[in-house]
Write a protein that binds this ligand. Structure first.
Ligand SMILES: Cc1cc2nc3c(=O)[nH]c(=O)nc-3n(C[C@H](O)[C@H](O)[C@H](O)COP(=O)(O)OP(=O)(O)OC[C@H]3O[C@@H](n4cnc5c(N)ncnc54)[C@H](O)[C@@H]3O)c2cc1C
Length: 429
C-alpha cells in the first residue's frame, strides 16, 4: 500500500508483453501464434522444460517415435487440429487398422462378432434415447453388462475410450464428440510435430505459475522463477492442475468457475510400450486388438506398430488409475500378461525395453484429459468465460465440441486469442 493507503500500481513497462500465456501446450501455443500473427507481443510461461504439454514424442528410448500423450487426429475431415498438420507441413498418415476382439485370450467367433456389433449399436441407441428424455444422464446405469461380451463392449465406451468408468461418464458430454473416422497419425509423432510447429513462440521455461493478479492496471503473474506483468493473460492449465488450488487468483475465481473446475475432473488413460528382442507376435503390422483378459480386465493394443516387433497397450479408467498407483512395473506386467494370453507365454522372455506412462502422477497434467461428471457437460462453457475481463481461459477442457482432444486445445487457443485481441483494442477503464 502507498502512504495514502492506496494500492500501489507500478506503471506499465515498455517490455511488458500484450499477452502472458500460461502453459505451452497446444492451446497456449495456438493462442501465441495467433496473437503474434496479429502483431501482438506475447510471453508464454511454462512449468516444464519443454513445449507441447500433453503432446510429447519420446524418440530416444525405443529408437522410434513414441507419443506418450496425444497420438491421433480423429474425425480428420472436420477436426480443427488438422490446421496444425497444414501449418507444420507435417505428414499425416491415414490409420485404417481393423479391430480384432478377444475375450480371455481367444478371438471372438463369427457369431460373437455379429452379436458384439448388435450390442454396440444397442448401447449407442440407449444413450441417444435417454438423452431425448432428460438433459443428461450417467452412461453406467444404461449399460449394465450381463456377460463378458457386453462387458467388453461397454468397457470400450467409458474406460478405454474416455478414461473413466461408465458410471462417471456424462452421456451428454460423450455424445458431443464427433465420430472418430477418418483418423490420422503423424509420421514424426504428434508431440514432435507440435514441438516443431511451436518452436518460434517465446517461452519462459521452468517457471511454475503460482498466482495471477488482475486487480491492478496490468495482470501480474507470479512464478517460481520470478514475477512478470502483461496487459492481458490467457490461462491454459488442465482442470486437474487448477483444482489443486496451488494457483491463486486475485480477484478470486467465481464460485461458478470453481464449481466448473470441480465438475470437469481428469480422466485416467495410460500407455505401455513394449519392445521385443525378436518376433513374438504372429499378427499383421499395426493390428488393433481390444480385449478382456481372463480376469475380465479391459485393454486395447496396437501390435507390431509400423511393422516393429513391439506392442502399444492402452489402459483406462479405474484400472489405469490402480496400475498407476502400483507403479510402472505393474502396468508393464499387466500389458505383458494380456498379450501373453493371446500370443503365448514365449513373449514374456522377449521384452527388451518397456515404458509405462503415468499422466496422473505428472504434476503439470494430473491426468489425461478433462471429463464432465454426469449432469455437468455445460460446465465447459462456464470454464471458457473470461475472468475479470482481462484473464481468458483456454485449454481442451473449455471447448464445447472438441474437448479432451488436441482439436479442442487448438480451437480454444484461437478463441482466447480473439478475446485477448478484443480486450487489447477496447479503451482502458
Ligand atoms: C495418454 C494420452 C493420449 C491422448 N491421445 C490423444 C489423441 O490421440 N488425440 C487427441 O486429439 N488428444 C489426445 N490426448 C489429449 C491431448 O493430449 C490434450 O487434449 C491436449 O494436448 C491438451 O492441450 P492443452 O494445451 O489444453 O493442455 P496441456 O497440453 O496440458 O498444456 C498445459 C501446459 O501448462 C503447463 N503447466 C501446468 N501447470 C503449470 C503451472 N503451474 N505453471 C506454468 N505452466 C504449467 C503444462 O506443463 C502444459 O505444458 C491424449 C492425452 C493423453 C494423456
Amino acid at each position: 500500500m502507498s502512504p495514502l493507503g492506496l494500492a500501489f500500481v507500478p506503471p506499465a513497462q515498455a517490455a511488458d508483453p500484450d499477452v502472458a500465456i500460461i502453459g505451452a501446450g497446444v492451446a497456449g501455443l495456438t493462442a501465441a501464434r495467433a496473437l503474434m500473427a496479429a502483431g501482438k507481443s506475447v510471453q508464454v510461461i511454462e512449468a516444464r522444460e519443454r513445449i507441447g504439454g500433453r503432446a510429447f514424442t519420446d524418440s530416444t528410448t525405443f529408437g522410434f517415435p513414441f507419443d506418450h500423450g496425444a497420438q491421433w487426429i480423429e474425425a480428420g475431415k472436420i477436426n480443427p487440429a488438422m490446421a496444425i498438420v497444414r501449418e507444420a507441413a507435417a505428414k499425416a498418415m491415414l490409420d485404417r487398422s481393423e479391430q480384432a476382439l478377444y475375450v480371455a485370450g481367444k478371438e471372438l467367433s463369427k457369431e460373437d462378432y455379429e452379436r458384439f456389433e448388435k450390442i454396440a449399436h444397442a448401447a449407442t441407441r440407449r444413450i441417444a434415447e435417454a438423452l431425448k428424455k432428460q438433459p443428461d444422464v450417467a452412461v453406467g446405469p444404461l449399460l449394465v453388462p450381463q456377460d463378458p461380451l457386453e462387458r467388453l463392449a461397454y468397457a470400450m465406451v467409458g474406460p478405454l475410450e474416455q478414461g473413466v468408468e461408465n458410471g462417471d461418464l456424462s452421456a451428454r458430454d460423450f455424445t458431443r464428440q464427433p465420430e472418430a473416422e477418418p483418423q490420422y497419425a503423424i509420421a514424426e509423432g504428434m508431440g514432435a510435430m507440435i514441438a516443431r510447429w511451436g518452436a518460434k513462440v517465446p517461452v519462459k521455461f521452468g517457471a511454475r505459475v503460482v498466482r495471477v493478479d488482475s486487480t491492478g492496471a496490468q495482470v501480474t503473474i507470479e512464478t517460481t522463477a520470478g514475477q512478470m506483468r502483461a496487459r492481458t493473460a490467457i490461462v491454459t492449465l488442465p482442470t486437474g492442475v487448477l483444482a489443486t488450488g496451488k494457483i491463486g487468483f486475485a480477484p478470486q475465481l467465481s464460485a461458478a468457475r470453481r464449481e466448473a473446475i470441480a465438475q470437469l475432473p481428469m480422466a485416467s488413460f495410460n500407455k505401455v510400450m513394449l519392445l521385443f528382442s525378436r518376433r513374438v507376435i504372429d499378427a499383421p503390422a499395426g493390428r488393433n486388438v481390444t480385449g478382456l483378459t481372463g480376469k475380465e480386465l479391459a485393454f486395447d493394443t496396437i501390435v507390431r506398430p509400423a511393422g516393429r516387433e513391439a506392442a502399444l497397450v492402452f489402459v483406462g479408467g479405474n484400472h489405469a488409475r490402480a496400475l498407476e498407483e502400483e507403479g510402472s512395473r505393474a502396468a508393464v506386467t499387466f500389458a505383458v500378461s494380456a498379450l501373453a494370453e493371446i500370443y503365448g507365454n514365449d513373449l514374456r522372455g522377449a521384452v527388451a525395453k518397456s515404458h509405462a506412462t503415468q499422466w496422473g502422477k505428472d504434476p503439470f497434467a494430473t491426468g489425461s484429459w478433462s471429463v464432465a461428471r454426469p449432469g455437468h457437460a455445460d460446465k465447459r462453457a462456464v470454464l471458457a468465460q473470461p475472468h475479470h475481463d482481462r484473464v481468458f481461459f483456454a485449454g481442451e477442457a473449455t471447448d464445447p465440441v472438441w474437448a479432451t482432444r488436441v482439436g479442442g486445445a487448438y480451437a480454444s487457443g484461437l478463441r482466447a486469442a480473439k478475446e485477448a485481441l478484443a480486450a487489447l483494442a477496447a479503451p482502458r477503464r
